[in-house]
Design a protein around this ligand. Structure first.
Ligand code: 4NP
Length: 162
């Protein structure tokens, strides 16, 4: 059997944006009947929240839309850049931090910003970090991540990525 395509979603703390991205991507995979073809995980560039569950504010935002998920925060390691086929940062700071870990061009080539796959990005590059904002930041981030996760799967299925 062919190996699944492995995708690592990356944000700063690994408690708000990237766990949601990984779990919503998995939901898209299931809904498309593509279980086993893709595997998703999430990590943070920072170690602040290692071992923690997702931020309650995003968990509640998702639950209001009927989506329930969990994750345990971990920090990205250099070996992730070999073990995953794609590494998907949420914003430019995450991307720069991951690039600093990379040692080989083939590792760098795996890095793509999530919003490259957002059909409504209108040129925006980042999933804004809702950590310091009000509730609307969580709603906005959820919408962006949901659209982009779907767009990423569509791009993969269309053969636009490995
Ligand atoms: P995340 O959000 O990167 O989407 O998980 C944040 C979580 C924690 C912090 C910042 C952003 N923090 O500063 O602790």
């Amino acid at each position: 059997m062919t190996q699944p395509v492995r995708i690592l979603f990356v944000c700063l703390g690994n408690i708000i944006r990237s766990p949601l991205a990984a779990r919503l991507f998995e939901r898209e995979v299931e809904e498309a009947g593509l279980e086993g073809k893709y595997e998703a995980d999430a990590a943070g560039t920072a170690d602040y929240h290692v071992g923690q569950a997702p931020d309650e504010r995003m968990v509640r935002t998702a639950a209001r839309r009927g989506f329930h998920y969990t994750h345990r925060a971990r920090q990205i390691e250099r070996s992730d850049l070999d073990e995953f086929d794609l590494v998907i940062p949420m914003d430019l700071e995450n991307k720069t931090d991951i690039e600093a870990l990379a040692r080989k061009p083939e590792q760098r080539a795996k890095i793509h910003l999530l919003r490259e796959f957002d059909p409504k990005a209108h040129g925006a590059l980042a999933v804004p970090d809702p950590w310091y904002g009000g509730p609307s930041g969580f709603e906005d981030a959820y919408d962006i991540i949901e659209r982009s996760a779907r767009g990423l799967l569509e791009a993969l299925e269309a053969g636009k990525l490995p």
